[in-house]
Design a protein around this ligand. Structure first.
Ligand code: LFR
Length: 480
């Protein structure tokens, strides 16, 4: 069969894009139709997403994309919009970095002990999990008026098609899904007073999700019918679907961007106490897989430093950072203390001091500190995941925007003592496209899709340099 085009709407924490992927037996090409900023808004009531600006960007993108066989939507996880009885959006979706969930996990644990919560949902403790957001919202006017809750990609799909659903991979980040049954954890929700009936029915990657409505066709200048296909709507699930592993390869992955999500693709969740204590999450992937991983703060740390410094020239800063011998000062890059925005250079310096280290005195030094800290957090997550899941690996696939940062890739290889295969950078969009292409018969099963990726994408390889002793020393400084 000849190549066909699919549109991937991929919404990230700082920008959204509409990409067009052309897929054929030996073809996988991605082009950008439109990219637009995603600027969270700090209102008096808190940090909010500008859902209407996002939707406008999606419509502009679909217009620019032109004729496609189908559209798929993925975004960051856990956040949602509420709809009233008429299907209208109730207010601005709350940003997961908003502080309304402060102290909520403790409240939830008074009803359901942490051990039981983990054994039932397999989710890491993160203050922003949808469950905590919903408990925080109990008794508020929008939740009381809400008849429907739609996760962000499902909200966009609803606006495009008029149809509602809850996509499973993203639903698995709510902390309301049991990863063993891949269905709602109903008794748990009941005990916490969370009404699961506001979620529309679950749908799975590959399921049809309706057609662009007449109003959307008109607004975008497209000719119908244009189907919307359910993809792995959690961006990280789409990115993992696009890890270009070759057949039989034993691999770990790191999805890099605003976050670093580091871990393994497994056939079954790991729900042990040890795994809970190590704060690994069991999110769901395509084809019955489990994404066993840890959230690491990622390039957010650097983005926030750059914002604080008034956006200096990044390539120059990275060149200078690369010339500094390291690792010297490091911080715990998985620490939730770095979640909120603001004053990042100061907060990193504080974290150095608390662990008895001299904070770097220059911007390049601090940049190097962030990248060394990320490399160390990558190594720690990958080592612990292998041990906890009894699943050894020989190679680390780094995908996502962070693959453009050569220093980060090299330092990750050095710290892990494993080869790093870097790319694709647009992994979420490619995973989105591949799941659509598969649903429409243009690509085979998961191994076939990965073979296609490894044949068609440029994938630089980084071999580990030097010995790992300095990394052990750096790690020991954080162990206090
Ligand atoms: C990455 C990501 C992570 C999720 C975080 C918050 O974009 O989706 O997987 O933990 O954003 O939603």
């Amino acid at each position: 069969r000849r190549a066909e085009a699919f549109a991937a709407v991929d919404l990230g924490a700082s920008s959204g894009r509409v990409m067009v992927g052309r897929v054929g037996p030996d073809t996988l090409e991605l082009t950008q139709a439109h990219r637009f900023p995603n600027r969270p808004v700090l209102l008096p009531e808190g940090l909010r997403w500008d859902a209407l600006a996002l939707y406008t960007g999606v419509l502009d993108g679909l217009r620019a994309a032109g004729r496609v066989a189908s559209v798929g939507i993925d975004s960051w996880a856990v956040d949602y919009g509420l709809l009233d009885a008429d299907g209208n959006l109730l207010g601005n979706p709350v940003h997961y970095r908003d502080d309304r969930t402060r102290g909520i996990a403790e409240k939830v644990r008074a009803t359901i002990p942490a051990e039981e919560l983990y054994a039932t949902t397999g989710l890491q403790h993160a203050p922003f999990n949808t469950l905590y957001q919903l408990v925080a919202a109990q008794g508020t006017a929008p939740l009381a008026a809400a008849r429907r809750l739609l996760l962000i990609p499902d909200l966009i799909a609803y606006w495009l098609t008029g149809e509602q659903g809850t996509e499973l991979t993203n639903a698995s980040t709510t902390q309301l899904i049991d990863p063993r049954t891949r269905d709602w954890a109903r008794p748990l929700a009941d005990r916490l007073g969370v009404d699961l009936s506001i979620f529309p029915a679950l749908r799975r990657p590959g399921d049809p999700a309706g057609f662009l409505s007449p109003a959307v066709l008109e607004a975008t200048g497209l000719t119908g019918p244009v189907p919307v296909t359910t993809v792995a709507s959690h961006d990280t699930a789409s990115a993992v679907a696009a890890v270009p592993a070759t057949n039989g390869e034993r691999f770990a992955y790191i999805c890099t961007g605003t976050w670093s999500l580091a871990g393994l693709e497994l056939d079954a969740p790991v729900l042990t106490e040890e795994s809970r204590a190590a704060n690994f999450t069991n999110e769901l992937g395509i084809d019955g897989t489990v994404r066993y991983l840890r959230n690491i703060m990622g390039l957010w740390l650097l983005q926030e430093c750059l914002r604080d410094w008034g956006d200096p020239d990044l390539p120059a800063l990275l060149r200078e950072a690369a010339s500094i011998p390291g690792p010297h000062a490091v911080v715990d890059a998985a620490h939730p203390a770095f979640l909120a925005p603001g004053r990042m250079p100061e907060r990193i310096a504080e974290a150095c001091r608390t662990t008895g280290q001299q904070p770097p005195s220059t911007r390049a030094g601090l940049t190097r500190c962030v990248l060394d800290s990320l490399a160390l957090a990558h190594r720690r997550a990958i080592e612990e995941a292998q041990r906890l899941a009894d699943h050894p690996v020989d190679v680390v696939h780094v995908v996502g925007g962070g693959t453009r940062n050569e220093l980060l890739c090299q330092l990750t290889a050095d710290a892990c003592g494993l080869p790093v295969v870097a790319g694709p950078a647009e992994a979420s969009a490619l995973g989105n496209v591949l799941v659509q292409a598969r649903a429409h018969g243009f690509v085979g099963d998961r191994p076939a899709a990965r073979q296609l990726l490894s044949r068609t994408q440029s994938l630089p390889r980084y071999e580990p340099r030097g010995d790992r002793a300095p990394w052990d020393v750096a790690a020991a400084r954080l162990a206090v």
